[in-house]
Ligand binder design. Structure first.
Ligand code: AVJ
Ligand code: FE
Length: 433
């Protein structure tokens, strides 16, 4: 029988683990100890919890699950178990102090290196095939790096002022909407590092629709705000209306009105004029959905979003094709610390001329999070399956804070429809009839 030789994965796996760790350490270097242990928001863990949590996750999946040594006790796992302790209670736990948390993470990584060096490229089994579990752990640490960024954005007790990588300057911003033809296409992915919730790739059939070529910008959204959009229940889902009344919400999170048509935003330790040409971020699903209704549009379903991203080609990894992400394709990786103006990445557009699908801001969709036909939880139910149901909405495309390894056309994020602290915006769609 012929034997297909496995795709080599080890070199990439190690680079991705190390890149994730460099980012974690870089983001937190210079943050005072008091801020690392502080609970900055009931929505977030203390920063130092995330550090030891990613290390403990790595110990569980890249050491113990692969037959390597246990470095800590089950009682220690419990402290860093996201399902045992709600985020707002975590500063009261017996956490490792910052220095010990960083040392633990380094110790786990050293032990992983020893085990990793002995693994063959074609190691068998569902965890190791294609290096899946290494991809999972690298993506996990990068997802937590994005979570750290969200915590740092919520922090007001200390001014966090990261140096930012400059973004490209946009050329002319083209077309407002693009007609996406209907018909059969493929949703999901069977790529080796795809998560369980992206699997299996399966056929979908869609009606034709229009999709905005760009995400909704701050300038677009400001028209909604200034024309009384937050005062008119006609535009709002009843739950969204109740939510903004209860919370007194009149504009996106972190915006401040200085005077007529004069708006600023706080971004980490900076207060700056609101950039009109960049995608709106820090809106919840209800705000996104209300804007779309006001504009005579709607949010795309995630199947529509993914059809637009693949251009109809089965399982295309990125809107531009299979070429790995570079700085010319999209604003990803967390170094810009802000969304780019729309139109900044001509090389990142889809084959049909949809821009900015990956990076800048997560895009809320009309779809609740659920399993695809044939879904199987792998390797544990708590990554995806326990969140299936009507409570969580799917977001697509990744933000400026998402790492390339954790972003692709098929990648699915999810959150509650009231969440505004994540780096989320949206783009609008409408039926083509
Ligand atoms: C996929 C971003 C919703 O942060 O809750 C991190 C990722 N899962 N640790 C989250 C995750 C376990 C997850 N999201
Ligand atoms: Fe986690």
């Amino acid at each position: 029988p012929s034997r297909v030789s496995p795709q080599p994965w080890k070199a990439r796996a190690w680079l991705e683990l190390e890149a994730a760790r460099r980012r974690t350490l870089h983001m937190l270097s210079g943050v005072p100890e008091a801020e690392l242990v502080r609970q900055h928001s009931p929505l977030m863990s203390p920063l130092v919890w995330d550090v030891a949590h990613v290390a403990n996750y790595e110990e569980q999946w890249l050491l113990r699950a692969l037959g390597g040594p246990a470095l800590t006790e089950p009682a220690f796992d419990a402290v860093y178990d996201a399902f045992r302790h709600p985020r707002r209670t975590r500063s009261a736990l017996p956490l490792l102090a910052p220095e010990a948390a960083f040392a633990y993470a380094a110790r786990v990584r050293e032990a992983v290196r020893e085990l990793f060096d002995r693994l063959p490229e074609d190691a068998p089994g569902p965890l190791l095939a294609g290096g899946f579990v290494f991809g999972m752990v690298a993506q996990h640490e990068q997802q937590h790096a994005e979570t750290l960024a969200a915590t740092l954005q919520l922090m007001t007790s200390w001014e966090y002022r990261p140096a930012a990588r400059p973004l490209p300057r946009p050329g002319a911003v083209p077309l407002h909407e693009v007609l996406i033809p209907g018909g059969p296409s493929v949703q999901g992915s069977d790529a080796p590092w795809a998560y369980d919730n992206e699997r299996p790739a399966h056929p979908v059939d869609l009606a034709p629709f229009f999709l905005d070529a760009h995400p909704t910008t701050n300038g677009d959204y400001l028209v909604f705000v200034e024309s009384g959009g937050y005062e008119d229940p006609r535009w709002w889902h009843p739950e969204g209306w109740a939510f903004i009344q209860a919370e007194g919400i009149r504009h996106p999170l972190f915006w401040a009105r200085l005077g007529p048509r004069d708006w600023a935003r706080r971004r980490f330790g900076f207060v700056e004029p609101l950039p009109r040409d960049a995608p709106v971020q820090h809106v919840c699903w209800y705000e996104a959905e209300a804007y779309a209704r006001w504009a005579g549009k709607r949010l795309p379903t995630e199947a529509e979003w993914e059809r637009a991203a693949t251009g109809g080609a089965p399982s295309r990894a990125f809107p531009w094709g299979e070429a790995p992400v570079t700085a010319a394709h999209a604003n990803l990786g967390g170094e810009a610390w802000a969304p780019a103006p729309v139109g900044a990445f001509p090389e990142g557009q889809s084959s049909e001329g949809i821009w900015g699908l990956l990076g800048d801001v997560w895009e809320w969709t009309a779809s609740p999070f659920g399993g695809y036909p044939g879904f199987r939880a792998h390797p544990y139910r708590e990554y995806s399956e326990v969140f299936f149901g009507p409570g969580h909405q799917v977001l697509r495309g990744g933000s400026w804070a998402s790492a390339p390894v954790a972003v692709r056309n098929s990648f699915r994020n999810w959150d509650l429809p009231i969440r505004r602290h994540i780096f989320a915006g949206f783009r609008c769609a409408r039926d083509a009839r």
